[in-house]
Ligand binder design. Structure first.
Ligand code: C2E
Ligand code: CA
Ligand code: CA
Length: 758
């Protein structure tokens, strides 16, 4: 137990593994479909969406960087401008906070003012205007640089600044104290403003005149004020421009915010009105970055696109392959591989269409079932390759015979079906006859010319009574069966009475299969006697005791067995049984019927040899009865088989002689020991005048060829006498005896004179 456990576990493990592998494979099968379908999407994402997203985010990033750069530069400009203005004010301070200025402006000295205020600022330091206001705020001196400043307007712009200075002056600490602390210089009383005057922008400055080191110089009361006006022009902005690297910095008259390409800053005057607007082209580091990165991005995109394209192409190819193989398998599912013709499935589909069309438009049609009469012979004799060639030839021929829209299908083997649309019964019959005629002609194959012939069954489907496809096909098949049964090479139209007959046959075939298994078959033996009424041999005849239908004649069930492939089994049964039973009558010859289709089967001779061995019989005591049909096919195989059987010791009898082709020529070519004159000749004796002559001719011929003769179906003394007169003394028939049960043969022999087997 302890040992068994792990082994079982391992086996179970394997089983589980196999199961999950199978499941996985199934899933993968489903997945491939999914993947195939989504590869296209995937390719699209890689090739188009990804680069687009990348580019978009890069663009967004660049924009943001630019936006920040812009805001920053605006801030810097604002700040720089303010600093610049502060600088301007500072540059005034040394000239106003100065003992000498106090002395010369307190008590106004025009000459000093001209030199140290007027010319100092306007001529030397680039101010547009310089002026002096007295203790009362009156402008007592002013000078401009001649650049066309509206002096009047400007001085009036100073008024608010003067007031501002005065207010601050009033709140100041005592002067002596301020001078002592150095405050007059470090914290001068100043006011600045920006003003737009006559379309030009100015920095206006007002500075209280105060002593720098000697407070005693100043008289009590309001001090004079030095006023300056400096234009904010390109020169003013030059260092701002350099310091902050502002491209195209310019002053604009009217602010116009929200420009994409320009940045702007507007400064307001003391009263809140816009006094100065600057504009410049902002730096765009983001855009620059984008420009720099773009080639790389494009290269990446191109690479991705190439990958995606390859991916897409592969997917496409895989898809195309899939579609092609699907188409192939769809074709295979609907076509026969040998001929490429439609198969049964497709034929039935078309038939269904034809039926619905017939019902709608009242167009009748015909279904033809075509069967090659001697295909099996060709196939057996020359092999499957030649058989396939023949099938292809027939397929091509049939395809040429039909009209467009009609269809020819192969159902396998040598069965073909044809759908003839929109036709009259006459047209259907003409086509079927034409096909039979064409297939009766010799067909040239690689191995030579073959004669196959064909039988056709037709179901004419009247538009008024169109049935289902299977039914139509079955009817044509039934009619075909009748054609073959009626001697082949002919055309039969379906008629309702055929139906019942076929059903009966099918049922019998099933029963026969059961009979073989359940031993409902037996052998009976019919004695053969010579002219002295001595038993020379017996013929083994098969009997079928059907549990319901009673005894069924082999004349009925042997052809049935041939039709449904049971003849081989039946034949072996007959031989085995006859071999076994023969031991009961050691001196009698035993005839056994061998069907042509059994004798043609490959392993027949070997099978017989094996049976001989098994039963320990002497073949010389057995006569194998064959029919003319077998010899007619005249294949070298048959000749050889018969030769081998003869060598083994068997004799060969030609059964039913005279019923078939009655061609005596082949008698010479085959190793035949005896011919059996058919019952039909015997029953004609004394009825038809030539019957005796015919029998006499047969006997003479047989003798000439060194063959024995026996007459079958002899029922009367008269027949026996006439046969004897014609030279045939050996007979078989009810006159001598009916076929006997195996147990009754011995007692029959005992009652009659005996002669030992030849
Ligand atoms: P067959 O070989 O010609 O056999 C002779 C048939 O004639 C037998 O019919 C027999 O019962 C019948 N018969 C004999 N004497 C008379 C007579 O005086 N008058 C009449 N009216 N009939 C007579 P059966 O047994 O019904 O066999 C029919 C055919 O079935 C046979 O014809 C033979 O071809 C075939 N058959 C019989 N047994 C076997 C068998 O074991 N194997 C094969 N392959 N065929 C068999
Ligand atoms: Ca026979
Ligand atoms: Ca016979």
């Amino acid at each position: 137990m302890a040992k068994a456990r792990p082994r079982r576990t391992i086996r179970h493990g394997f089983a589980r593994m196999r199961m999950s592998l199978r499941r996985l494979a199934r899933k993968a099968g489903g997945m491939t479909g999914f993947v195939e379908g989504n590869r296209l999407l995937l390719a699209g994402i890689i090739g188009v969406v990804t680069p687009a997203l990348l580019l978009l985010s890069l663009y967004g990033f660049a924009n943001k960087v630019d936006q920040q750069a812009r805001e920053r530069s605006e801030m810097l400009v604002q700040h720089g401008l303010e600093r610049r203005i502060a600088e301007v004010s500072r540059s005034i301070t040394p000239q106003a906070v100065w003992g000498e200025a106090v002395e010369h402006l307190q008590t106004f000295d025009p000459e000093w003012a001209r030199q140290n205020v007027g010319e100092y600022f306007t001529k030397t330091n680039g101010f547009r205007l310089a002026a002096v206001a007295d203790a009362n705020g009156r402008i007592i001196f002013s000078m401009n640089d001649g650049s066309g400043v509206d002096q009047q307007l400007m001085t009036s712009s100073f008024e608010p600044m003067i007031d501002q200075i005065r207010r601050r002056e009033a709140g100041l600490a005592p002067l002596a104290q301020r001078v002592q602390r150095g405050e007059t210089l470090s914290n001068p009383v100043q006011a600045t403003n920006i003003a737009s005057i006559g379309g030009r922008s100015f920095v206006l400055g007002a500075t209280l005149v105060q002593p720098d080191f000697d407070a005693s110089l100043a008289k009590p009361g309001p001090a004079p004020i030095i006023l300056t006006g400096q234009e904010i022009d390109q020169a003013f902005l030059a260092n701002l421009k350099d310091d902050y690297q502002l491209d195209g910095l310019e002053i604009i008259s009217t602010p116009a915010r929200e420009s994409e390409t320009f940045s702007e800053v507007t400064l307001k005057d003391a009263s809140g009105h816009p006094a100065l607007s600057l504009r410049w082209k902002p730096r765009t580091p983001g855009a620059n970055l984008l420009r720099e990165a773009l080639p790389y991005v494009l290269i990446t995109m191109a690479v991705l696109a190439a990958i995606a394209t390859t991916f897409h192409r592969r997917a496409q190819r895989a898809l195309t392959g899939l579609i092609a193989s699907e188409r192939r398998s769809a074709h295979l599912a609907h076509h026969d591989t040998v001929t490429g013709l439609p198969n049964r499935t497709l034929f039935l589909e078309r038939l269904a269409q034809a039926i619905s069309t017939a019902k709608r438009s009242g167009r009748s049609f015909a279904v033809h079932c075509i069967d090659l009469d001697r295909f099996k012979d060709v196939n057996d004799a020359f092999g499957h390759h030649v058989g396939d060639d023949l099938i292809r030839y027939v397929g091509d021929m049939l395809s040429r015979e039909i009209r467009a829209g009609d269809i020819v299908a192969r159902f396998g083997g040598d069965e073909f079906s044809l759908l003839q649309l929109d036709c009259t019964p006459h047209q259907a019959s003409m086509l079927a006859e034409r096909l039979v005629a064409k297939l009766a002609e010799p067909i040239k194959l690689s191995v030579g010319r073959v004669f196959i012939g064909a039988s056709v069954g037709v179901s004419y489907v009247d538009a008024a009574s169109a049935r289902d496809p299977q039914e139509c096909l079955r009817e044509a098949d039934l009619a075909l069966y009748r054609s073959k049964d009626g001697g082949r090479g002919r055309v039969t139209f379906f008629e309702p009475e055929m139906d019942a007959a076929l059903r009966y046959r099918r049922a019998l075939q099933n029963d026969l299969r059961d009979a073989l298994n359940q031993e409902h078959l037996t052998m009976v033996y019919q004695p053969q006697v010579d002219g002295s009424n001595r038993v020379t041999g017996v013929e083994a005849l098969m009997r079928w005791n059907h549990p319901v239908r009673g005894a069924i004649s082999p004349a009925v069930f042997v052809p049935l067995a041939e039709e449904c492939g049971l003849i081989d089994q039946l034949g072996w049964f007959a031989l085995r049984q006859a071999f076994k039973d023969s031991s009961r009558w050691p001196n009698l010859k035993v005839g056994v019927n061998v069907s042509a289709s059994q004798l043609r089967l490959k392993g027949f001779v070997d099978g017989v040899a094996q049976l001989v061995e098994e039963h320990g019989i002497d073949p010389r005591r057995f006569e194998l009865e064959i029919t003319e049909g077998l010899l007619l096919a005249d294949t070298s195989d048959t000749h050889e088989t018969l030769g081998v059987l003869r060598q083994m010791g068997f004799s060969i009898a030609l059964d039913d002689f005279g019923t078939g082709y009655s061609s005596l020529s082949y008698l010479q070519r085959f190793p035949i020991n005896r011919i059996k004159i058919d019952r039909s000749f015997v029953s004609n004796l004394g009825v038809e005048s030539e019957a005796e002559e015919v029998v006499a001719a047969i006997v003479r011929l047989a003798r000439a060829l060194g063959m024995a003769v026996v007459a079958e179906g002899v029922e009367t003394d008269g027949q026996r006498d006439r046969l004897a007169a014609a030279g045939c003394r050996d007979i078989q028939g009810y006159l001598a005896s009916r076929p006997l049960d195996v147990n009754n043969v011995s007692s029959f022999i005992d009652r009659t004179p005996r002669r030992s087997a030849a």
